[in-house]
Design a protein around this ligand. Structure first.
Ligand SMILES: *[C@@H]1O[C@H](CO)[C@@H](O)[C@H](O)[C@H]1NC(C)=O
Ligand SMILES: *[C@@H]1O[C@H](CO)[C@@H](O)[C@H](O)[C@H]1NC(C)=O
Ligand SMILES: *[C@@H]1O[C@H](CO)[C@@H](O)[C@H](O)[C@H]1NC(C)=O
Length: 454
């Protein structure tokens, strides 16, 4: 009898000890790092399929939330998860340097704007595809599903109806971003998405023109010699002739082969960034998101395994890879703002690769754009070279210094400054062309007044 209280005391002490040891272990996701919301958005045309998202509200909005811009981020691949963007590139907390340690991002893109990451299309990352047949195999199907999930997101959040929406993305999202923009502008101009701009980072948009730039690009960079340059040119032409024959899947495979050849010849750690000595550590995101705690806090079933890129989705879209969406950019730039930015150290979809198709755009403003001054962009903090900005009318082009394919990973703060200035039309993205072309002092003082925010 006497021993029962002692035993009870002993057991409860042990329990308290166990609980406190548990809580000594810092949580994988500190409270401040949690998304404002995350979960699933049903994709109507494919019942049972749904798109996974994480949403981070603006940290320091300068307008009421109902007017605060929303940035949507789409990863490339095809088939790669936007959680790479979230936890390795532009999200507020990232695992850029240490496994399973989230650190605040000094250049998070949600300082002034809301930021929505979507695992697009279905089958990617934590998104669910009811069957393989439901995974899109072209940009039209992709856009329909993406549109449905965006509308669902807006509808689930009262007060979001009028928020200006900017669709952004990287790499193969150089196809997705124009495709969803084109779909909204052409087919849903009075729909639920208040589209205000499209931004593509290191994008694949007009593949034939872009594939043709590899040989000259690496040759004039000194990475290959004249003989190797010819070999690369032959490999490029194989892919291009398969496009001409409309053998789309084989053309995409030939492009992959070409990129492997480039990697072999140059011996670089990664074609994504000529300055890196090791590949980008996107594997850190895979480790993070396969932790039980990660799935619990994000609202994902414990049985789901997170993969950086989905082979099924890549397979479904392989026949789409080499198809151009340049005409969609041409359509969009007549109706909304378009930003094309590239990290300059990328050998896959870099500056030359993008300029090659930009300069052939069928757009009424092209002549003015090409004649516009390319201006030096300096880091506001330290005056260092940040890159170059060229803008006319609705089209902006930015070359980002010191960055490769994953611009926000390499230049977090500069990438944030770029996206904020572009959305707000400030600084080098301001409408200075008005007083460049008109000399009236009245107009000059007017436009100066509007540009004085920078
Ligand atoms: C690249 O190198 C690997 C390993 O040496 C080799 O197996 C492969 O055939 C090469 N591919 C090309 C396209 O050069
Ligand atoms: C630029 O976009 C606006 C809509 O924001 C549109 O009204 C205008 O016509 C476009 N300008 C050009 C030159 O295409
Ligand atoms: C350029 O676009 C205009 C209208 O947007 C179209 O009528 C014309 O056929 C296009 N030209 C070419 C060469 O594609």
């Amino acid at each position: 009898m006497k021993h029962v209280p002692t035993l009870y005391f002993l057991l409860s002490t042990l329990l308290i000890l166990a609980v406190s040891i548990e809580s000594l272990q810092p949580p994988l996701f500190p409270d401040e790092s949690l998304p404002t919301k995350s979960g699933y958005l049903p994709v109507k045309p494919a019942p049972g399929s749904s798109m996974f998202y994480t949403y981070y509200e603006a940290q320091n909005p300068t307008t009421p939330l109902t007017d605060t811009p929303l940035l949507v981020w789409l990863q490339g691949g095809p088939g790669c998860s936007s959680m790479i963007g979230n936890f390795y590139e532009l999200g507020p907390w990232r695992v850029v340097s240490r496994a399973n340690v989230l650190e605040p991002n000094p250049g998070a893109w949600n300082r002034l704007f809301g930021l929505l990451f979507l695992d697009n299309p279905i089958g990617v990352g934590f998104s669910i595809a009811a069957s393989k047949q439901d995974i899109p195999s072209n940009q039209r199907e992709m856009a329909e599903q993406l549109y449905a999930s965006l509308v669902e997101f807006i509808e689930q959040n009262p007060g979001f109806e009028n928020r200006p929406v900017y669709i952004t993305g990287e790499s193969y999202a150089g196809k997705y971003v124009p495709a969803i923009g084109y779909y909204i502008l052409k087919e849903k101009p009075n729909g639920k998405i208040n589209l205000k701009g499209l931004a593509i980072g290191n994008g694949l948009t007009d593949p034939v023109a872009q594939v043709r730039t590899h040989a000259v690009n690496v040759y004039y960079s000194g990475l290959v010699n004249a003989k190797q340059r010819e070999e690369i040119e032959r490999a490029q032409e194989i892919s291009i002739s398969l496009v001409k024959a409309q053998r789309w899947r084989e053309a995409a495979e030939a492009r992959t082969e070409l990129l492997t050849l480039l990697g072999n010849m140059t011996g670089l750690a990664t074609l994504y960034n000529t300055a890196r000595t090791i590949p980008y550590r996107t594997d850190l995101v895979v480790d993070l998101l396969n932790q039980r705690e990660a799935k619990r806090v994000l609202g994902v079933s414990e049985t789901m395994r997170f993969e950086e890129c989905s082979d099924e989705v890549e397979d479904a879209l392989r026949g789409d890879v080499m198809k151009s969406v340049k005409f969609m950019v041409e359509y969009a730039v007549e109706r909304t703002n378009v930003l094309l930015y590239q990290g300059m150290l990328d050998l896959r979809d870099g500056v030359v690769s993008t300029e090659e198709w930009m300069k052939t755009m069928n757009w009424s403003g092209l002549g003015m754009f090409l004649a516009a001054e390319r201006r030096v962009w300096k880091d506001e903090e330290n005056g260092d070279l940040a890159g170059y900005v060229q803008r006319w009318g609705n089209l902006s082009h930015v070359a980002v210094s010191g960055a490769g394919h994953f611009v926000p990973t390499d230049k977090a703060v500069n990438s944030r400054d770029m996206i904020e200035s572009w959305v707000l039309g400030k600084g080098l993205f301001g409408r200075e062309d008005v007083h460049q072309t008109l000399t009236s002092s009245v107009l000059e003082s007017k436009s100066n007044r509007f540009d004085s925010g920078y």
